[in-house]
Write a protein that binds this ligand. Structure first.
Ligand code: GDD
Length: 391
């Protein structure tokens, strides 16, 4: 793959946020990494090196089986796939259907996939036993939410000894686009100069049908607003207006495990914007840092624009409002958000008829959790299904 090198980088304490880099060439040959002028060439063998050390987490909630199967089929076989499902388990057990599909895929593809259900009692029991009860509700069951599913997946990636973790939504219609996302993760990690790195996908286009024809819109409605406020948050400290953040809501993103395990998270769809907020909180140099090493090594955020357009399931206006509310409330709740920006955010939410979610809890980092013990317990409680994988 050939990637543009970042043309502009915004610095905030130990954090470096690189502006958008485009994919110049989807696949490139060669032995080593070559940098010429403003382009970096990362040969496929180098990308595969990362893929062998990467787990891809697919959060799933009642998605179409055929679409999930397309997503799975697009992920390179070097990666461990971790499916974390919160699908309905009534008379029609959708999780069972998902597992059957995975089993059949693994039979032909000969690759490793783990599948787990978020509401399995074994999962909640294991969380209690490893001393990480923050994902549980008052009844001791894991809460609903995409973030909650992603955190389960991250712990499993850590338990599997992976160094990188990437996320791909299950409702991506185009397997070719999914394949590109994973290749981008692998390529961009080679550009990082720090073991604390994050790669966020910016879609070339999000096509919609408008008046009977395809319209290639650039930004989703929620992303445009979230990006604006994340940029305002940065500007409130640097004193310079910026447009550097273009991937505030990016569901498709990846991190080094070393970064993933020290971040605090926010629930549901607040997770992606809050990752950026928390990186600024922890490593922006505003408050006393908890960890010295990332402060010295720096934390890097890459934003890479794809060649493929992003086609995904549209889930309606209320869903978009929920996502916007999650995102803006997460920025508002930050200890580094100035009062004036909080007021602006409140007005923005009111304009949409929304109230800030003041009670949203922060889910603390999982650095202290014994991930291997967590996995052992899941195996003991029959709460994890490991296809094509030998421990
Ligand atoms: N495990 C789990 N648990 N997965 C969930 C849950 C849950 O409670 N809720 C949703 N998911 C899965 C969905 O099945 C899908 O694969 C993925 O999480 C994203 O959820 P969607 O409901 O499809 O969200 P979206 O496609 O509208 O929004 C996505 O893109 C946004 C950026 O445009 C999400 O990734 C957002 O987080 C992101 O901000």
């Amino acid at each position: 793959m050939k990637l543009e090198l970042p043309r502009h980088t915004e610095r905030f304490g130990s954090v470096r946020i690189h502006d958008i880099q485009r994919v110049v060439l989807l696949d490139s040959a060669g032995e080593g990494i070559e940098v010429e002028a403003s382009v970096c060439s990362i040969p496929r063998s180098k990308i595969q090196e990362i893929e062998r050390k990467m787990a891809i987490i697919i959060p799933v909630k009642d998605e179409r089986l055929k679409v999930i199967e397309g997503v799975i089929s697009a992920i390179p076989s070097e990666c461990l796939i971790i499916v974390v499902s919160n699908s309905k388990r009534g008379k029609v057990d959708r999780f069972k259907m998902e597992r059957d599909m995975i089993e059949q895929h693994v039979h032909y593809a000969r690759r490793a996939i783990w599948a787990i259900h978020q509401k399995d009692h074994g999962v909640s029991k294991a969380f209690k036993e490893v001393g990480y009860p923050e994902l549980l509700d008052d009844n001791g069951v894991i809460r609903d939410g995409k973030a909650e599913g992603m955190i389960i997946g991250m712990l499993l990636a850590k338990a599997a000894g992976k160094e990188y973790v990437g996320f791909i939504d299950a409702d991506n219609y185009i397997p070719g686009a999914v394949h590109e996302y994973v290749k981008i993760y692998g390529a961009a990690f080679h550009l990082s100069q720090s073991p604390y790195a994050m790669v966020r996908i910016s879609w070339a286009y999000k096509p919609k049908i408008l008046e009977g024809s395809l319209y290639f819109s650039k930004w989703g409605r929620v992303s445009a607003v979230t990006n604006r406020y994340l940029n305002k948050l940065i500007a409130s400290f640097t004193g310079f207006e910026t447009e550097v953040v273009k991937t505030g809501n990016s569901g498709e993103h990846a991190m080094t495990i070393r970064l993933a395990e020290i971040l605090d998270y926010k629930p549901r769809f607040a997770i992606e914007p809050y990752e950026i907020v928390n990186i600024l909180e922890q490593f922006g140099g505003i408050v006393e840092p908890k960890y010295d090493e990332p402060m010295e090594a720096g934390v890097e955020i890459f934003q890479i624009e794809t060649r493929n357009p992003h086609f995904h399931e549209e889930k309606g206006d209320q869903h978009l409002k929920d996502m916007l509310c999650d995102a803006l409330s997460a920025i508002m709740s930050s200890s580094i958000c100035p009062e004036s920006l909080k007021k602006e955010l409140q007005i923005e939410l009111l304009k949409e008829g929304l109230q800030p979610r003041d009670n949203d809890r922060t889910i603390p980092s999982f650095a202290h959790v014994d991930a291997k013990l967590f996995l052992d317990l899941l195996v003991e409680y029959n709460a994890i299904h490991m296809f094509g994988y030998k421990r």
